[in-house]
Every structure is written in structure tokens, then in C-alpha cells.
Design a protein around this ligand. Structure first.
Ligand code: ADP
Ligand code: MG
Length: 699
């Protein structure tokens, strides 16, 4: 970066200490360079004027031309200023609660003004609160271009006259002052190939737009550059990782795998399962260290794939382990794997926080001697006493619950890091996955086993509860089982628990013993009580299981065919989808019933509608991402996408893919940026590297 751009902003003309401090605390703007990278988030067409009548239907920021009348200061606890702007189509009310001192002198009855703001209806009158207002004469004099950039600001900044307009002013002068110091960052060959305008011009035009078309090109150039460097960093990291860490070579497929495949496999693999198994096989046979994310919707059969990989490890003289985020899940994985392996001569064991001390000791010994082939467990696997003879393959279920540091501990369980397969049942759009897990390779199971009936999803308002209970009774009559899930939100755990027990009691009244048996599980129970209840449900001894989201992931009871979700509006989309995945696992038609009150926010409605419309986890993930934005998804901080200043990985999806392609191509031709034509890349890369030394060394 040029030295000029590194200048602290309080050295910039017109920005004094107080404003500088506010800009840095409120917006993270410390230097001149930061300031010119505070990009507008939209533009207003200043050549277009709305009439008052047209303003009525608009909920946008617009500008309206008209004359003023009835300018009044209304006294009260909080004094306010009111005025009417009128034209031949109607009257618009203007209101100010703050800044009266300097607005009032500007307002002269009978004069023509340009007003700018977002109109809204209030008491059947059309009004704008705190509009920008300018005398038409000043407006003509000041407005150079037709497009006005609109900048993010904050309450505190606005109080210091740094509203969008104020920021526009200082950014503009910063751009003009630094224009000649803005150095190109993309090499000629890239710019030519994509027809990108120079950085300098892009910077100028994005803040001081001269023409809509040039503005579009400026935005394109800046977004591309931003996404390109994010992808370049991620891809390069992946590349370095592969070079740096030698992986165990699983050279052969032997008896363990073949016997299982030929004699024990309970069903034909889906094509997707075959494909990802081949992908993994190629990776672990290559001598590189595998670091792979296995994505697949709930019920897509990831466990089976994981088992086959573990068998390959055994075939090559290694041990394998599977780590699950909860006790329930670990138990279940253990049971599933045991069953799949049948009488195959492999020793598979379970280790959780609940394993007795005495058993633990034996287990440790057997692990160390290599007698145990597969170890399934929870975080307990990470403890230092857990020493393998030769750990070669690690499966992690639902990785988002494990931190980077924890994963690092797994790495240290052998001389070389074992191959890592992370199974995630939270589908995320591919572009996001690429960015969040840019340093992982990704395999996707995009197909469900055949013969599954898609779960039918219905939305019931509270008033249909009797009908719901009737339906549940019918289903239970048919021999099926039911989950009823209550939300648990950590901040108010006691309240939620009360809610859960209240629901439980109501259900007990509606489904009395001895005809009905009801179980309850929640996170505050003792583990043994929890597994007692889970077992009863699993064995069919209880017909209804009332629970919190502890059953969210992985629980597998094929006979359960109804999932009722209470207060469904309080759940996020991916959680709803996970919960729904608990049913539809058997041959019967399954149902998911989303219960809500009438009070549901617009976003809540979208979530419910999405659930009723589709069963496709990837589609749901797209909607989720649009609703919540990427900032809320786990792991975004490490990936650098929170630092994005102009691009948006949701909206600029296509551009992200393009940037990825270019980053990959460049790394292929010149991995260390040594070619003279890539000098600019080398420089920018080094600069970015400095900023993030520590993220993501370990995946
Ligand atoms: P995931 O972990 O991806 O949610 P599971 O591995 O638990 O899914 O598999 C879901 C269910 O589908 C299990 O009951 C499993 O036995 C079954 N299953 C897996 N693969 C197949 C297949 N190829 N054909 C039929 N059923 C399968
Ligand atoms: Mg699973």
C-alpha cells in the first residue's frame, strides 16, 4: 500500500480528532485507504423526481420536488418541527425531532425545495421523518452527477454530521487527494482477459459516478478483485497444506473392504455414495493428506460411506475413529456400525464421558496395542490418555460443533496427521462451502437412497391442536411413533424447560396411560436418564417422545413417522430441516407438522413456507443464507468473508465462481507468483498474508 493511503485519517484535511475517532470506532476506518474503501451500498438517481402522489406507493428512498407551507415548531417534552411539502398532486408532511436548530432557518414558506427520504404513512398522512432537504437553488448548484452514492453511517456519526451526505463529502475529497497514489493490484493479463477497468478508475467511479455504465464496470472490477483475492488465499492455503503434510498412503483395497462390500452391504449403494467413495479412495491413495468435507442431506447415507473408508484404513494396517458431538449420537453410531459389521472380525469400541474407569483402562490398553480397529466416541477421544497404535483415519460427524483447537488434538495422535473426513448434514450452497471451507476438499452426496417417501410438511396454527392430537392418535393406532419438539434457546433455559414440561403435561392429559406411553428427553437430564428414555423410544416402548432439540442430529428411529415442532417460528431453517430429517427413515409415509401461533414475523413465515414447499436441503440452505446472510453461519470469521467490503457472497454468487476459476488457473500456472507478469499478485498476496497469519492452518 502506498504511504499516502496509510495516512491516519486525522491527518486528512477536514477530519479532526473527534470525527477521526468516531470513524474508527464506528466503522473501523483508520486510514485514508480505509476511507476510500468505505463503499456506497446503493445509488440514488438524482435526476428523477417523484410527485407527492407517486411517493405514496413507494417505500424506497426517493426525492420529491415541491413548495413548503405551514412550517411550525410544536412545543412539548420533545420539541418537533413540522412542515408541509405540496405539489399539484398532494401534500407530504415533513417532521424533525432533532437538529431543529439548523434545519429551521433553512425552511422558507413558498419556496421550492428538493426533499429526500423514505415516505411512510402515519395517521393516514404521508410523511417523511428527518428528510434531507435542500433549496432547489442549492440543489442545482451542488449536484454534479445524476447518481448519488449512499453510504452506511451510524447514529453516533450522524450526530456529528457524518450522515451519508457528510461521509460522501469526506470520501470524495479523500479519493481526489489519493487518486494518483492508488496502485493497480491486478496484472495486465487478468484485466485484459476480463475487460476490467484500472483500480484507480474503479475507485473514482464507485464514489464519484460519472455514468451508470462506467459505474457498473467499476463495481464489477472491485467485487471481482475482492473475491479473487479471498479465493486465491484459500486455494493457495489448500495447496500449501497438501505440500507440507504427507498423508499415509492407503495403497490397497483389501479383505476388510471387499468382504464387507460383497457380503455385508445391506443394500445397493446409491450412485452418489459410489462416487464420493471413489473420490475419497483416490485422495487417500495419493500420498497427500486428506482433509475432506462430506456433505450430504439428512438420510443420504453418509455413515455407510464413512464405514467403508474406515475399512480401507484397516486394510492398510491402520486404526480409525469416529467422533460425534453428543453422547446420544456416539451411542447410535456405535450401534449402527456394529450392526453393519455383523460378525466381521473387527474390534469396534465405544468411548464416551460415561465409560467406566475400569473399562476405560482396558480400552486404552487395547487401543495402544492395536487390538481395537475402530473407536467411536465423543470429545472423550481427544483426551491425552487416548493413544492409538496407528491411527490413520478420522471421521468427524457434524464438524461445526468442534473447534479448530480440538481438531488439532486429533492431528497429534500419530506421527503424520491421520486423514480427516468431516461429515456435515447441514447442506450449504456450494459457493459458500467453497469459501467457508476453501481449504477443504468437498464431496457431495446429492442423492437419497431409493424408495423413500418424501416427508409431508404441514403448517398448523395453534387452534388446530385438537385436530393434531386426533391425527397423532390415528398414527399411533397404526403402530407409528411421534416426536414432539420444543424450542430451547439458551438465554432462557429455565423458561424453555418450564415450557417443555407444561407441554409434556398437556400431552399426558391428551394421551393418557395405559393406552399411551410418553417419554421425555432434554439437555439438563442425567446422561443415563436420557439414554434410558432414548432406548425406550427406540424399542417402541414409548409412542411419543417429547423433547428439546437434543434429538436434532443423527437420531435414527425408522418407525417414528411424525415430527411435531412446537413454536416452529422460533427455529432456524437448518434446524427445522434437521429435525424433519428424524422422520421419513422407514417405509411409511411420514409427516412433519409445524405448529405456530398467529404471531409470526415475515421472516418466520418465509421459513415455514420454505419448509412446506421443499425437502431439498440445498434449496433450504440457499433460502437460509438469503435470510440470515453469511455472517451468521458458523466459521465465517476465519474465512475472511466478513471482511468483504463490496462483494456479497450470496448476491455475487456467479462472480465468486468466476473469481475462483481465475484463482485456480493462476495458481496452476504460477503457484508461487514468480512470473514477472504476476508481480502485482505477489505483492498483494504478501500484504494480505500479513493480515491473517494465524487462521486456518488446521482444518
Ligand atoms: P446420514 O448420516 O447421511 O443422515 P445415514 O447414514 O444415517 O444418513 O443413513 C440413513 C438411512 O439410510 C440409514 O437407515 C441407512 O441404513 C440407510 N441407507 C444408507 N445408504 C443406503 C442405500 N444405499 N440404500 C438404502 N438405504 C440406505
Ligand atoms: Mg448421520
Amino acid at each position: 500500500m502506498s504511504t499516502l493511503l496509510a495516512t491516519p485519517i486525522d491527518h486528512v484535511k477536514g477530519i479532526f480528532a473527534e470525527k477521526a475517532r468516531l470513524l474508527s470506532t464506528e466503522l473501523g476506518i483508520h486510514t485514508l485507504g480505509d476511507l476510500i474503501q468505505h463503499f456506497p451500498f446503493r445509488y440514488i438517481d438524482r435526476s428523477k423526481f417523484y410527485s407527492v402522489a407517486e411517493a405514496l406507493g413507494s417505500d424506497q428512498l426517493i426525492q420529491i420536488k415541491g413548495r413548503l407551507r405551514n412550517i411550525n415548531t410544536i412545543p412539548g417534552k420533545k420539541e418537533r418541527l413540522e412542515a408541509e411539502l405540496y405539489d399539484e398532486t398532494g401534500v407530504l408532511h415533513l417532521v424533525w425531532f432533532a437538529g431543529l436548530k439548523w434545519v429551521k432557518p433553512l425552511l422558507i414558506a413558498g419556496q421550492e425545495y428538493v426533499v429526500f427520504g423514505k415516505p411512510a404513512e402515519f395517521n393516514r398522512k404521508l410523511q417523511i421523518v428527518h428528510p434531507e432537504i435542500q433549496n432547489i437553488k442549492d440543489f442545482v448548484a451542488e449536484t454534479t452527477g445524476a447518481l448519488q452514492p449512499i453510504y452506511n453511517s451510524t447514529e453516533k456519526l450522524r450526530a456529528r454530521y457524518l450522515d451519508s451526505k457528510g461521509i460522501e463529502k469526506i470520501v470524495k475529497s479523500a479519493v481526489l487527494a489519493s487518486y494518483h497514489s492508488i496502485e493497480e493490484t491486478l496484472p495486465e493479463h487478468l484485466r485484459r482477459s476480463l475487460n476490467l477497468i484500472p483500480l484507480k478508475e474503479a475507485m473514482y467511479n464507485v464514489h464519484i459516478p460519472t455514468h451508470p455504465e462506467v459505474l457498473q464496470r467499476a463495481i464489477f472490477r472491485l467485487k471481482f478483485e475482492e473475491l479473487f483475492f479471498v479465493q486465491l488465499l484459500l486455494c493457495r492455503q489448500n495447496q500449501l497444506h497438501k505440500k507440507q503434510y504427507k498423508g499415509f498412503v492407503f495403497g490397497k483395497v483389501g479383505n476388510a473392504f471387499n468382504d464387507f462390500y460383497n457380503h455385508y452391504l445391506p443394500f445397493e449403494l446409491t450412485n452418489a455414495q459410489k462416487r464420493v467413495t471413489r473420490e475419497i479412495r483416490a485422495d487417500i491413495g495419493s500420498g497427500r493428506h486428506m482433509n475432506r468435507l462430506l456433505q450430504g442431506d439428512v438420510g443420504s447415507g453418509k455413515t455407510l460411506v464413512a464405514l467403508m473408508c474406515m475399512l480401507m484404513a484397516i486394510d492398510n494396517g491402520f486404526q480409525a475413529c469416529l467422533m460425534a458431538p453428543t453422547e446420544i449420537l456416539a451411542n447410535q453410531h456405535y450401534a449402527t456400525l456394529r450392526e453393519l459389521l455383523g460378525d466381521m472380525p473387527f474390534d469396534i469400541q465405544l468411548l464416551t464421558g460415561n465409560t467406566k474407569k475400569k473399562d476405560r483402562k482396558i480400552l486404552h490398553e487395547k487401543l495402544q496395542s492395536g487390538e481395537i480397529h475402530i473407536l467411536v466416541g465423543t470429545h472423550a477421544l481427544l483426551e491425552d490418555e487416548v493413544v492409538f497404535k496407528n491411527l490413520g483415519f478420522v471421521v468427524i460427524d457434524e464438524q461445526h460443533r468442534f473447534g479448530v483447537a480440538q481438531r488439532a488434538r486429533l492431528w497429534k495422535k500419530n506421527t503424520n496427521p491421520p486423514h480427516i473426513l468431516i461429515m456435515s448434514a447441514t447442506p450449504i450452497p456450494r459457493t459458500l462451502a467453497m469459501t467457508l471451507y476453501g481449504d477443504l476438499d468437498i464431496s457431495v452426496i446429492d442423492e437419497l437412497p431409493p424408495g423413500r417417501k418424501p416427508v409431508k410438511t404441514l403448517h398448523y396454527y395453534e387452534e388446530k391442536r385438537l385436530r393434531l392430537f386426533g391425527f397423532l392418535k390415528e398414527q399411533i393406532q397404526l403402530g407409528r411413533q411421534v416426536y414432539i419438539v420444543y424450542p430451547l434457546i439458551e438465554e432462557s433455559e429455565t423458561l424453555d424447560l418450564a415450557n417443555l414440561y407444561e407441554g409434556y403435561e398437556a400431552i399426558q392429559r391428551a394421551f393418557p396411560k395405559p393406552n399411551y406411553q410418553i417419554g421425555i428427553v432434554h439437555g439438563k437430564q442425567k446422561p443415563e436418564d436420557k439414554s434410558f428414555e432414548m432406548n425406550r423410544f427406540q424399542k417402541g416402548e414409548t409412542q411419543i417422545l417429547v423433547s428439546t432439540t437434543v434429538i436434532e442430529v443423527g437420531v435414527n428411529v425408522p418407525n417414528a413417522s411424525v415430527m411435531v415442532i412446537e413454536n416452529a417460528e422460533r427455529f432456524g431453517l437448518s434446524q427445522l430441516h434437521q429435525l424433519r430429517g428424524r422422520v421419513g427413515r422407514g417405509a411409511e409415509q411420514s409427516f412433519c407438522i409445524l405448529m405456530t401461533s398467529y404471531k409470526v414475523s415475515a421472516e418466520g413465515k418465509t421459513r415455514i413456507e420454505t419448509m412446506c414447499r421443499t425437502n431439498d436441503g440445498f434449496e433450504i440452505a440457499e433460502v437460509d443464507l438469503k435470510l440470515r446472510g453469511p455472517g451468521d453461519m458458523g466459521g465465517t470469521r476465519q474465512s475472511g468473508i466478513e471482511d468483504l467490503k463490496i462483494a456479497d457472497i450470496v448476491k455475487d454468487n456467479q462472480l465468486l465462481l468466476l473469481a475462483r476459476q481465475y484463482a485456480e488457473k493462476l495458481l496452476e500456472n504460477d503457484p508461487d507468483f514468480l512470473h514477472p507478469e504476476n508481480q502485482l499478485i505477489a505483492r498483494k498476496y504478501a500484504e494480505l498474508q500479513k493480515g491473517r497469519l494465524n487462521w486456518g492452518r488446521i482444518s
